[in-house]
Design a protein around this ligand. Structure first.
Ligand code: GDP
Length: 538
């Protein structure tokens, strides 16, 4: 086995998905505790934001108690190296979350046991399904009264369309919460907060162990009965079905009490997939467009470096104007100071000051392997979706851009600042949370977003980072579609006829801005040879 193959084998890269307030932040902190040494990168969560509170928009995050940007964390656990990619919890930043999900190999779903499956969990699940991402489920807050565990699993199966296999099972809940039973290991782990009779997190081997009756009294008999029923009625854990994204192993616990988390982490490192091969296309000739080339699957153990950018973020340090492009390494080894090839521009660049998010015990190491994330500082030359290689004209596929749902016209207070405004908008939209459209027929600047909050963030950052005072006013656009056609003549006719509805996005692609949904439906009917797309691949 080569060194790269060995490193790939040890890596587990995942993201946590949940509805806000289910306990993602709390669980993240507990997971990091198990990693012992922690390196936090780009953390802007309220409770840790003292270091970063300097700029306005970050202050805004604090005020509203939300996190706008993602974090990358790496920690060693047992023989593995775990990469945890945080996703913003706020609904308005869902696009960012979606793209982060393209950079991981599996996901962990946190559900509040009192609430069950919530709105955002459903949406995130849809995204996971696009790539059949394997998912483990943590039912949280068992220290409180919640819903019946069987009912919770039924809901996940029905609403999310994935089979549930309980790995741990709760013993009571709320006041009566006594611990969890590990179905695969036939072992009870008692909840230390569960009463004076139990010692600190005692472990009892075997469901039939008389010690269990001693420890939890009548609840022992109840548990045995319940487990018999559950074992008969639910799916059995099947590692292959999990890795195919068809079945989710389910764990119960209380993140805030750090209970049930170790069981989760142990099964996670045992069964979650290592970095997987990824689909790409390769240009056939020297000047050919790789996006139109032949399909090729990139194996993580290949010797040459490849990776793609899934997120761009303003530098965490407001004194630095440059932005960080987050690249997921897909194959080979990334070394500090190495020369990388940016496929879209055809340019080589030396990365002398990368951010490598390494666990503390690996400090000094400056190599990143497949599954790891590298931060590439840049001044606006890198875009979301960019592929990097050691020269191969390769493009990773499947990194979506979603059509925005809200639109505003950007209005400048001081017309002299037009140049700064354009620059600011270009750079901010490059980060991917908002999209800029320039109509073909006038000089308007139209900003599209998935949520209202994003406009506020852009306005605050324009002021803070570019010294531009801008307002956003309503504009008569309700939805956008990227348009394409395999028939260039038809596209040309279309462009002429509906010019007043067309705009170019930040990347120069043509988009149809529809004033109403009905207008869009009519246009689609009238122009059957034009493709109207709600998502665009970078
Ligand atoms: P996020 O929005 O998903 O990141 O959720 P947080 O981790 O911020 O948690 C939301 C709220 O639930 C906070 O007040 C937490 O203290 C609380 N919480 C998290 N885990 C538990 C738990 O296991 N039990 C209880 N009772 N509360 C919890």
């Amino acid at each position: 086995m080569t060194e790269i193959a060995r490193e790939v084998e040890r890596r587990r890269s995942f993201a946590i998905i949940s509805h806000p307030d289910a306990g993602k932040t709390t669980l993240t902190e507990k997971l990091l505790l198990y990693g012992g040494a922690i390196q936090l990168a780009g953390t802007v969560k309220g409770r840790k934001s003292d270091r970063h509170a300097t700029s306005d928009w970050m202050a805004m995050e604090q005020e509203r108690g939300i996190s706008v940007t993602s974090t990358v964390m790496q920690f060693p656990y047992r023989e593995r190296i775990v990469n945890l990619l945080d996703t913003p919890g706020h609904g308005d930043f869902s696009e960012d979350t979606y793209r982060t999900l393209t950079a991981v190999d599996s996901a962990l779903m946190v559900i509040d046991a009192a609430k069950g499956v919530e709105e955002r969990t459903k949406k995130l699940m849809e995204v996971c399904r696009l790539r059949a991402t394997p998912i483990m489920t943590f039912m949280n807050k068992l220290d409180r009264e919640g819903r019946d565990p069987v009912e919770l699993m039924d809901e996940v199966e029905e609403v999310l369309g994935i089979q549930c296999a309980p790995v741990t099972w709760p013993i009571g809940m709320g006041q009566r919460f006594r611990g969890v039973f590990h179905l695969l290991q036939d072992r009870v782990h008692l909840f230390p907060g569960g009463g004076e009779r139990v010692t600190e997190g005692e472990v009892i081997e075997g469901l039939d162990n008389p010690r269990l009756d001693e420890a939890i009294g009548d609840q022992a008999a109840e548990l045995r009965e319940e487990i018999e029923l559950v074992a008969a009625a639910s799916h059995e854990f099947d590692a292959e079905a999990y890795r195919r994204g068809e079945l989710t192993p389910v764990f119960f616990g209380s993140a805030i009490n750090n209970f049930g988390v170790e069981e989760l982490l142990d099964e996670f490192v045992a069964h979650a997939p290592p970095p997987l091969p990824r689909p790409a296309t390769v240009a056939s000739g020297k000047d050919a467009d790789p996006a139109e080339g032949e399909a090729r699957t990139v194996d993580p153990a290949e010797e040459k470096l490849t990776g793609f950018v899934f997120k761009i973020q303003a530098n965490m340090d407001p004194n630095h104007r440059d932005r960080i492009a987050f690249m997921r390494v897909c194959s080979g080894v990334f070394r500090k100071g190495m020369k990388v090839h940016q496929v879209r521009t055809g340019k080589d660049q030396r990365v002398s000051n990368p951010l490598v998010f390494l666990a503390k015990d690996r400090e000094g190491a400056e190599e990143a392997y497949p599954g790891d994330i590298v931060g590439l500082p840049n001044h606006g030359t890198i875009r979301i979706g960019d592929t990097f290689s050691e020269g191969e004209k390769l493009k990773f596929t499947g990194i979506p851009n979603f059509a925005p749902e809200l639109f505003r016209r950007v209005v400048l207070k001081d017309p002299m600042k037009n140049k700064a405004l354009n620059k600011g908008l270009e750079q901010l939209t490059e980060e991917g949370a908002t999209q800029l459209f320039r109509p073909l027929v006038n000089n308007d600047l139209i900003l599209g977003a998935v949520g209202q909050l994003q406009f506020d963030v852009v306005a605050a950052r324009l002021k803070d980072e570019y010294g531009v005072d801008a307002r956003f006013e309503p504009v008569n656009v309700s939805t956008a579609r990227w348009v394409e056609s395999s028939d260039p003549r038809e596209l040309e006719r279309f462009e002429k006829r509906v010019e007043e509805h067309l705009a170019r996005d930040g990347g120069g692609d043509l988009a149809y801005l529809a004033p109403t949904k009905i207008n869009l439906d009519l246009a689609m009917e009238r122009w059957p040879d034009i493709d109207f797309r709600a998502t665009r691949e970078h």
